[in-house]
Design a protein around this ligand. Sequence first.
Ligand code: NAD
Length: 400
Amino acid sequence: MSIFDLDIIKSELEGKENAKKLLLKSEEKKIINLNIWVDNKTLVVADAFVVYHNTARGPAKGGIRIDKNVTLEETTDLAERMTLKTALTGIPFGGGKTGICLDSVKLDSYMKKEIMKELVHIIRGDLTAGYYIPAPDMGTGPREMASIYGELHISECVTGKPIGIGGLPGRKEATGRGVAFSTAYATKKLLKTDVKGLKVAIQGFGNVGSWAAYFLHEMGAKIVAVSDVNGGLYNAGGLDVKKLMEHVEKNKTLKGFGGDAITNEELLGVDAEILVPAACENVLTNKTAQKVKAKLVVEGANGPTTKEGDEVLNNKGIEVIPDFLANSGGVIASYIEWKSAKSGSLTSAQEVFEFIDSTIEKSFEKLLTLAKARDLTNKEAGLVLAVQEVIHAMENRGWI
Ligand code: NAD
């Protein structure tokens, strides 16, 4: 199901039948067999999907996900979210995504390198033309982006590269930084209080969840619960985030750190003012959303709340900050990396964080103003603003 909810964007589409056609359909969906020779006897053939949803505002931007549950539908949904994210934050990119259907836990770095090489082999034309600019997502990281760079030797063709190979200081922290800034800003504007001293539960302690925890902890919030795919930890007094990050870096799991064991479902309902789902999609459903005690939900992951989950949260008066604003820090930093690759300029992590904060703040202000003026939820207001931008670009390009 498309995330372009026609009831919400009805007035934007009034008399614009062609805009509706283009928004509801992705520009291009590639279904690929990735053939990877593991050794000279073993061939692995993986399903892969590359989707360009809309490039009216600029090149398709979106990460490469390696996960055993990847589907064409999921990849399309994620590409649509990238269109919204770039449009809402005013970053001159469009929306794209790549999904590779393999169990990333079972892949070593050699295999991932072979996969990246094969992917480049197939979409080389799009990459070198600057039509699609990939980045990391679940199951990929800076090393895989370095492999893509190694095949092309064009720095601006890929973002999320390691520092020293055209990578940007602050990129690894960028999405979590944006999630933490969005949380603090929403706390101030919507809960009318300071994030300092508030209790926060975070689902997922990977790139996004751990850095969101780090920055929120620095702001004085108390991180009372975190989880990974195997389950979570709870400590009413607050977890030591820096030590926890070191533990996960060393052991690749939260297990063994201490604190009370909780399940991922229990984490969603713990006693905390703020809940940050930062793991995967569809975790806040009609059923699980009923258990949420938090006053504010900040979507760190892409699509963590289903449509029914949104209705439940809304009826309970819980504020939800949509993924396409809250986790936009990554693409905002990617834009700086892409720009630096073109100009040769260098940027510090502090400058990156300041640009993320100020870009999110501007978009957040517009969103809150529209939500108030049209009595919309935050997610609905964000959708309307993003769609207005994309329609405007399509008009300017003579597409509609
Ligand atoms: P990651 O692979 O680094 O971490 C994912 C974390 O979630 C891990 O702790 C993992 O154990 C946990 N997890 C996985 N499946 C789970 C499940 N079913 N239940 C509970 N926990 C589970 O991934 P990431 O880069 O942190 O991405 C997390 C989410 O944020 C994804 O939805 C991704 O699309 C989105 N996102 C990431 C970025 C980025 O820059 N990394 C940017 C924007 C959005």
